[in-house]
Design a binder for this molecule. Structure first.
Ligand code: SF4
Length: 142
């Protein structure tokens, strides 16, 4: 699995974007269009947010964990929910929330995260993560 992870550093928050895990759900561009603008390079500019708290609130709505952050201003990092949950989405991936560790065949940790979307259709090129291929594959499970 090839991984392309990019880091965008602001004065108060460092934002990390994992390309392979983005399924273009657009929560980021709808939530804070001044910060997340795919027509611009770089497409993420953390310092365009009115506040660090607002920026991290929007990042935490990213359903796949493609967006994560590190506070540089002493603010609290993301707190996973007490329970770990996995929910199937309509015609789409499994959404895992909580303190999640994805392990490989030998039990090795592949990824740790608080928000993950896991392939349910079998078509993803980034398994075990969803890459949005369920749409083109016509996966259906209401
Ligand atoms: S998956 Fe995350 S980074 Fe990708 S468009 Fe959706 S909210 Fe933005």
């Amino acid at each position: 699995m090839s991984r392309r992870v990019r880091v965008y550093e602001g004065s108060a928050v460092e934002v990390t974007y994992d390309v392979a895990r983005c399924i273009h759900a657009a929560r980021c561009v709808r939530g804070l269009p001044a910060v997340f603008d795919t027509r611009r390079k770089p497409w993420i500019e953390p310092d365009r947010a009115d506040s660090a708290d607002e920026l991290v609130r929007v990042i935490e709505t990213c359903p796949t964990g493609a967006l994560t952050y590190r506070r540089l201003d002493g603010g609290a990092d993301e707190q996973p929910s007490a329970d770990a949950t996995v929910a199937a989405s309509r015609d789409g991936p499994l959404h895992a929330r909580g303190r999640i560790v994805v392990v490989g065949p030998a039990g090795e940790a592949i990824t740790r995260g608080t928000r993950l979307a896991l392939c349910r259709c079998g078509a993803s090129a980034s398994k075990p993560f969803c890459d949005g291929s369920h749409v083109e594959a016509g996966f259906s499970d209401p």
